[in-house]
Design a protein around this ligand. Structure first.
Ligand code: PHE
Length: 358
């Protein structure tokens, strides 16, 4: 009996080693442990074993049986893992980003305008930073002089996560971290000059002009003696380059708790030249970029002395700018995945929006 059991074990071991897919294991299980298999026939043979040896013989058979069961289970885990790896590797052989012969793809208009503006600011000595899309209440509001229950929060309702975090409502959410990170510039007697583009989210009813997901480009500059004229200069230079013509800007008072004074920066309508037309709702001006001088509390929250340093911040509406730059009339196009609409802007120069007939 012992000899037979050992033979069986050896037979099984050879076969199990040769298996390569999980299905083969199932066959082996039936072959060895099934009703008509060698284990059950060994059990049957127990009848002929003398009584005093029965217990020991039974134990031997059980041990082999257990060994077979355990080995199959173990091997199964191994083979399933191998199979998964094989599938993953096979998937990697297929490159979804590989261009087909006649279609090379194109950049999204937001990417195009973002890169363009980045390049302009880079040329003016600004660093470019990337920041999280999931932020906490402190960075999105409190560090920006918007305490809990402040009414300014109403305009920026967003998507809250169960982790006490939220999807950032504006790129200003990065201001505190950026100012802290770049304090070393001031210590080295250089200004802080950083732009940080990003995707923002708000609880918004979607229509042609409103989206719950949009892009902004924030910028800050801090140094001794930074004034509103610096702000106007940088904005004007940047916009003139984007639109490839001299741009006239004006500032109107605007309220944002993290700037003081705060402004809405308008540009003179490019279609009517300021005379008034349907595109600018007859005002001659288009609202483009909220901005202002960084509030002393925001500087203090970042560990900077407001008596010593001043700075400006702006929150350029990148999505808005792309609409103006490329003449896109419906904001929903940007998140539409409509390749026909989105792929036509590469290498395009300024698209003058159609003049509407009064
Ligand atoms: N973060 C503001 C908003 O999204 C815009 C802003 C940025 C205003 C910087 C002033 C300074 O509404």
């Amino acid at each position: 009996m012992l000899e037979k059991a050992q033979q069986l074990k050896q037979q099984f071991e050879e076969k199990v080693q040769a298996t390569t897919v999980p299905a083969e294991l199932e066959q082996l299980r039936i072959e060895f442990l099934g009703k008509k298999g060698p284990i059950s026939s060994l059990m049957g043979e127990l009848r002929n074993v003398p009584n005093e040896q029965k217990k020991e013989a039974g134990q031997i058979i059980n041990e082999v049986k257990q060994f077979i069961e355990e080995t199959i289970a173990q091997k199964k885990t191994e083979l399933v893992k191998l199979e998964e790896e094989r599938l993953i590797n096979a998937a990697e052989d297929y490159d979804v980003t590989f261009p087909t012969e006649d279609e090379t793809g194109s950049y999204h208009p937001i990417t195009l305008i973002q890169r363009e503006v980045e390049e302009i600011f880079e040329g003016m000595g600004f660093a470019i930073e990337d920041y999280d899309e999931i932020v906490d209440d402190y960075h999105c509001f409190e560090a920006l002089n918007i305490p809990k229950h402040h009414p300014a929060r109403d305009m920026q309702d967003t998507y809250y996560l169960s982790t006490n975090q939220l999807l950032k409502t504006h790129t200003s959410a990065a201001q505190n971290a950026i100012l802290i990170k770049y304090t070393k510039e001031l210590e080295a007697d250089r200004p802080i000059r950083v732009i940080f583009p990003g995707r923002c989210f708000r609880n918004e009813k979607i229509d042609a002009c409103h989206e719950n997901t949009f892009f902004q480009m924030e910028g800050v500059m801090v140094d001794k003696d930074i004034s509103i004229s610096n702000l106007i200069y940088f904005m004007k230079t940047m916009l003139s380059e984007v639109f490839q013509q001299d741009i006239t800007v004006r500032l109107r008072p605007g309220f944002f708790p993290f700037v003081e004074p705060g402004f809405e920066l308008d540009i003179q309508c490019l279609i009517c030249g300021g005379e008034g037309c349907p595109s600018c709702k007859d005002s001659g001006w288009l609202e483009l970029c909220p901005c202002g001088m960084i509030h002393p509390n925001v500087l203090t929250a970042a560990g900077l002395d407001p008596e010593k340093y001043t700075g400006f911040a702006f929150g350029l509406g990148l999505t808005r700018l792309a609409m103006m730059r490329y003449g896109i009339k419906d904001i929903r196009v940007f998140n539409s995945c409509n390749l026909k609409a989105l792929s036509q802007f590469e290498n395009s120069t300024f698209v003058e929006p159609e003049k509407e007939v009064k």
